[in-house]
Design a protein around this ligand. Structure first.
Ligand code: URA
Length: 227
């Protein structure tokens, strides 16, 4: 109940947000989040697009349909996860989020993580990965490697993956994205990392996590005990 009221309060606050005048002028509505506040798995995308802006729900356009399909591939439905974005408002003409907008909106995302307390946060694409890892390394370099990461007061497994739009745009990315999604059930099953009192954005490699979580082939199951 505390979670539900905490999220509802934060959602109401974000709904009335006026921190970014250009986004306030261009948005139809704030797109806060969707899914379960009890989720162990949280996804963070970039920003709402036209369909999301119209419907008020993240990832309901073409990228969202692919996200649903990727989740179905690992036996999870969208109702079981929590989905949010770096920006809660659609940038005009789908332009990239600006640094000042990302900074203005970051507090909402951190508080969402603190309320939901996920075990795993999946960053979809460059904007979410760079923000939550506090590092500028490109997604193509870091994708598929779980890390332990501090987001606000919460310590999570963070898994950076390609944005679904990048997989729609470039088909070879889709296979990599499907491979990376296969890591998620194992990461969730490990439970949250030890909770630390570290600075937000601090992170450490997950040791053997990647090697032990990634099956060599479909027939070769992950080695749980090495994690
Ligand atoms: N829809 C969203 O909600 N976020 C994205 O990053 C892309 C599409």
């Amino acid at each position: 109940m505390a979670k539900a009221s905490g999220e509802a309060k934060l959602r109401a606050e974000a709904d009335g947000c006026t921190r970014c005048p250009q986004l306030v002028a261009s948005r139809s509505q704030v797109v806060f989040a969707s899914g379960s506040i009890d989720a162990e798995l949280m996804f963070v995308g970039e920003a709402p697009g036209a369909t999301e802006d119209r419907e008020g729900v993240p990832f309901v356009g073409a990228s969202g349909r692919l996200l649903d399909d990727l989740l179905a591939g690992i036996g999870i439905s969208r109702d079981e996860v929590y989905i949010a974005n770096v920006l809660k408002c659609r940038p005009p003409d789908n332009r990239d989020p600006r640094a000042d907008e990302i900074a203005n909106c970051f507090e909402y995302l951190q508080r969402q993580v603190e309320i939901v307390e996920p075990t795993v946060v999946v960053t979809l694409g460059n904007f979410a990965s760079k923000l939550l890892r506090n590092d500028d390394t490109a997604i193509s370099t870091i994708r598929g490697r779980p890390e332990i990461c501090q987001i606000g007061a919460r310590t999570v497994w963070l898994l950076p993956v390609f944005h679904p739009a990048a997989a729609l745009y470039r088909r070879p990315n889709l296979e990599l994205l499907r491979d990376d999604f296969k890591l998620l059930p194992l990461l969730v099953s490990r439970g949250a990392p030890d909770q630390k009192q570290a600075a937000s954005g601090s992170r450490e490699a997950a040791g053997d996590a990647e090697a032990s979580a990634r099956p060599d082939s479909e027939d070769d199951p992950p080695q749980l005990d090495l994690f």
